[in-house]
Design a protein around this ligand. Structure first.
Ligand code: CS2
Ligand code: MG
Length: 402
């Protein structure tokens, strides 16, 4: 089965998405997500100018060989742009192979390991009382796991807390600025989680995203202070370029740790996994080289009892969500899947067969990954430049981690 065409569709139904469509001489087509939030056009160019011309005429069934060709063959390995581009090709090829087999994608990975995929949703509030309301609303909607982010007194804009409850990471046509003060955050957060746990009772999982803002020592302090609230995880407590830094956090607290949404290869998490410095690995089908590479990361993780917790923010298109759900349905060491709701416009542009019920997402049974693209509708939403915010210290305006 030869690849006859490979092209990009870039659209912005509320936010930007880059989609790769691969067509074959047997009439089967596949879709892959190529969206890198705030840097969308760099992946589009990488694909358009350097990858797509090399795909024409190749056998669409040779997923592994094409993966190696794009990874080893490029000489320049790894990095978010390269690995997102490879992921888009990989997702589209798995879609095609599953359609050729007439099977939902999870069947090709080894079949079903579970009846549904437990997801966590977001509850964001400007203060503790508001966040308690949001957390209880999520519980009433049937979620078994809830990520809570709460405004901090004295800070104007805090990660994860949007205007009027809605939160979208890429919020402006030039980077907007957030302010940060670690001492204020560390004072407030344990009080907030005490209130969330009390409101929820013991049975609902609570999660929190620190978004790389603490030093390892501060992260250890926060982890300890949160131990009575029994978190499912504390996410990205400190930047992870230095994997060994997690030893300090690990030695000091039993609060489980999740890391990896910004990782793009197995090398970014090798030490974290082998030394059991984390509990959950958050790499995705999108930013970590597709299903082919994510499977290798999950297999390594399984040797060390590290479980998966795939990133699933709105900047990953429904195609990534569809592919992730097939992956999650199979992967033996599954932990949880993030589920941040796409806008109604986005869902109209990407018809899909996954559905939510009682705290779980379920992939569909259609051949492939089950997500399509309405190209006519997509054309009504042209690309709009959008950036993630930057973060500065309130004290003196110095740049901080975001
Ligand atoms: C986040 C994201 O979902 C998460 O855990 O950290 O909101 C993240 O900020 C965006 O996906 C960045 O693109
Ligand atoms: Mg995160």
């Amino acid at each position: 089965m030869k690849i006859t065409s490979a092209r990009l569709i870039i659209c912005s139904p509320g936010r930007n998405f880059v989609t790769l469509k691969i067509e074959t001489d047997e009439g089967l087509t596949g879709l892959g997500d190529a969206t890198l939030n705030g840097r969308e056009l760099s992946v589009a160019s990488y694909l358009q100018d350097h990858v797509l011309p090399c795909l024409i005429g190749r056998d669409a069934h040779r997923i592994e060989d094409i993966w190696q060709y794009l990874y080893r063959g490029a000489y320049w390995r790894r990095g978010p742009v390269t690995m997102t581009a490879i992921a888009a090709v990989d997702m589209a090829l798995w879609d095609i192979k599953a359609k050729a087999a007439g099977l939902p994608l999870y069947q090709l990975l080894g079949g079903r390991s579970r009846e549904g995929v437990m997801v966590y949703t977001h509850a964001n509030g400007s203060d503790i009382a508001h966040t308690v309301d949001e957390v209880l609303k999520a519980k009433a909607e049937g979620y078994r796991a809830i990520r809570a982010q709460c405004g901090v007194p004295g800070l104007d804009k805090v990660y994860g807390v949007g205007k009027g409850g809605h939160y979208e990471p890429a919020d402006a046509s030039l980077p907007s600025e957030h302010d940060w003060d670690t001492a204020k955050y560390l004072r407030h957060t344990p009080k907030a989680f005490e209130a969330f746990r009390e409101a929820l009772g013991p049975d609902i999982h609570l999660l929190h995203d620190v978004h790389h803002r603490l030093t390892p020592n501060e992260a250890a302090q926060l982890g300890r202070a949160l131990e009575p609230c029994q978190l499912f995880w504390m996410e990205d407590p400190t930047p992870a370029e230095n994997q060994a830094a997690f030893r300090l956090i690990r030695e000091k607290t039993t609060t489980p740790i999740a890391v990896g949404e910004v990782f793009n290869s197995i090398w970014d998490c090798k030490q974290l996994i082998e030394e059991q410095l984390i509990d959950y690995i958050r790499t995705t089908v999108l930013h970590a080289g597709g299903i082919t590479h994510l499977r290798r990361i999950a297999d390594l993780a399984s040797l060390y009892q590290v479980r998966t917790g795939c990133h699933g923010a709105t900047d990953l298109s429904p195609i990534s969500m569809g592919a992730a759900l097939h992956f999650d349905t199979w992967v033996p060491n599954f932990g949880i899947q993030e589920y941040m709701h796409h806008s109604p416009q986005t869902l109209d542009v990407f018809p899909h067969d996954y559905h939510f019920k009682d705290g779980f997402l379920h992939c569909g049974e259609k051949p492939g990954h089950g997500v399509e693209l309405d190209e006519k509708l997509a054309a009504k939403y042209p690309y709009q430049r959008a950036y993630l915010p930057v973060n500065r210290l309130q004290r003196d305006g110095a740049m901080w981690d975001w």
